[in-house]
Design a protein around this ligand. Structure first.
Ligand code: NI
Length: 142
């Protein structure tokens, strides 16, 4: 098994809050990220694909194809957008790096051409924090 990672950038704004909480509680939990008019991030998304290299090309997946898929399914929907308002597939979640990673996985995994598989998404939100997702937990039935 070989792993190939490609990095993508996008800029977006968001506001962290839970509508079920009072203004005071939202402020207590989310602090600066709760600013009523939002704030922005320069996000970095790493997409890791797992599989075997094709002996004829030496490639796991053609990066040009991967770029096209990730841009079509994710980046064009979120770049220069307000993640709370503008993005259909991010409605009804609190747009933390953790939640965005999980939703991105649901959007993207099905579009990676077989036999390759999406292996990891890593979303860097700021210099000091990022979330990683390796897909839904597989529960053994044995
Ligand atoms: Ni933020």
């Amino acid at each position: 098994m070989i792993y190939l990672t490609r990095r993508f950038d996008f800029a977006a704004s968001h506001r962290l809050f839970n509508p079920e909480f009072s203004d005071e509680l939202n402020w207590e939990i989310f602090r600066d990220c709760n600013n009523p008019n939002g704030h922005g991030h320069n996000y970095e998304l790493e997409v890791t694909i797992a599989g075997e290299a094709d002996p004829k090309t030496g490639m796991l997946i053609n990066i040009l194809l991967l770029d096209e898929i990730v841009r079509e399914q994710l980046i064009r929907h979120v770049d220069h957008k307000n993640l709370n308002i503008d993005v259909d597939f991010l409605q009804d979640i609190i747009p933390t790096a953790e939640n965005i990673c999980v939703v991105f996985w649901k959007q993207l995994a099905q579009h990676i051409p077989a036999p390759h598989q999406l292996y990891r998404l890593r979303l860097q939100e700021s210099k000091n924090n990022f979330a990683e997702y390796y897909g839904p937990v597989q529960i053994s039935k044995n």
